[in-house]
Design a protein around this ligand. Structure first.
Ligand SMILES: [Zn+2]
Length: 76
């Protein structure tokens, strides 16, 4: 969710696509019916706070299965 650059009301994502693994481009529409502006914005990963765990758990069937579920949920 972003704020409208004109009236500062919340704007909803209408559609989005990944330009790369770290950059997402989205189309937004203002929820303020009087304004109704639509615009495009970019979201980018610009800093990694915590890298993934280094432990190799790729031979653990349960963990591999669970991490697959998490990845699917994040791409909604
Ligand atoms: Zn607006």
């Amino acid at each position: 969710m972003m704020h409208c650059p004109f009236c500062k009301s919340p704007a909803h994502t209408r559609s989005s696509r990944y330009l790369s693994e770290k950059v997402k481009q989205g189309y937004y529409q203002c929820t303020n019916i009087v304004c109704s502006a639509s615009f495009r914005a970019m979201t980018a990963v610009d800093k990694i706070i915590q890298s993934p765990a280094l432990a190799d758990l790729s031979d653990d069937e349960f963990i591999v299965c669970e991490s697959g579920k998490i990845k699917k949920q994040r791409f909604h």
